[in-house]
Ligand binder design. Structure first.
Ligand SMILES: Nc1ncnc2c1ncn2[C@@H]1O[C@H](COP(=O)(O)OP(=O)(O)OP(=O)(O)O)[C@@H](O)[C@H]1O
Length: 244
């Protein structure tokens, strides 16, 4: 299957500290889970993919768009949900999404439809005119996803989207992520192998800024798709028993 994102020779330093070292990666349509211990470089990779961090070395291409050279068009094709975010509580859900659609260069004539489609996708259509301040925590997270998909992005980047959610909302969010991945690439960072088992087609494992594995979930586990299979494969990789 054709890649949506191609990463070549991507490296990143904070001052003199190397957080990512010459990464090559192809990201296909579907869900790619990014796994790794604390400090592995997951947030740095997501920051670079979502243009919050500027590429210092190497290249990221989203279809034909270079993240550094074609930043405006790249951003118009991108959706991003940071790990923590603040929503404007004084706006209604629809007002906020309309504003986001404008920011993401959705043409004026298409904005109302884009907002409706995003709300439908996260099952919040009946809350369109509700003030954000009146929504529950789980609904906040869904508004966060709605803002990330309002421009129908080719690449959707979600930084630990299930953190802090109760089991029911976590299940709902996993189902939503799977639904959203049918016609785009979704990159999700997580510490939870249950998340990976439930949603991932492909897996990227980082450790100390180095790529330990990139491939399909079944390639990682040797066929298993349960959380325990992923745990075992992940431990083997990150404890240095296997290096691919
Ligand atoms: N702004 C920064 N300044 C200096 N060092 C940083 C900065 N941000 C991250 N780092 C360092 O870069 C390395 C990679 O960090 P990063 O946040 O990408 O890891 P991570 O895999 O997302 O970790 P976690 O799972 O703890 O969120 C870490 O050693 C971290 O301390």
């Amino acid at each position: 299957m054709n890649s949506v994102v191609t990463v070549r020779g991507l490296a990143h330093r904070y001052g003199r500290y190397p957080a990512l070292e010459r990464l090559d990666l192809e990201i296909r349509p579907g869900v790619t889970a990014v796994l790794g211990p604390n400090g592995a470089g997951k947030s740095t990779l997501l920051g670079l993919l979502s243009t919050g961090l500027t590429v210092q070395c190497g290249q990221i291409r989203l279809d034909e768009l270079d993240s550094r050279r074609d930043t405006t068009r790249y951003r118009a094709a991108l959706g991003f949900l940071p790990q923590t975010f603040t929503l404007p509580t004084n706006l209604t859900v629809a007002e906020f999404l309309t504003l986001t659609a404008w920011h993401r260069l959705v043409p004026r004539a298409e904005r109302a439809l884009a907002v409706r489609a995003a709300l439908e996708a996260v099952d919040l259509l009946d809350r369109a005119d509700t003030k954000i301040s009146r929504l529950s925590g789980g609904m906040h997270r869904r508004v966060g996803i709605a803002q990330a998909i309002v421009n129908q992005p080719r690449l959707l980047v979600l930084d630990e989207p299930t953190v802090g959610l109760d089991p029911r909302h976590r299940r709902e969010l996993r189902t939503l992520v799977r639904t959203l991945s049918t016609d785009r690439a979704v990159v999700v960072s997580t510490h939870l192998t249950e998340d990976v088992a439930a949603i991932a087609d492909d897996v990227v494992v980082l450790d100390e800024g180095t790529l330990l594995f990139a491939g399909s979930l079944t390639e990682l586990t040797g066929g298993g798709i349960e959380a325990a299979d992923i745990d075992a494969a992940y431990d083997a990789l990150t404890m240095g028993e296997v290096r691919r």
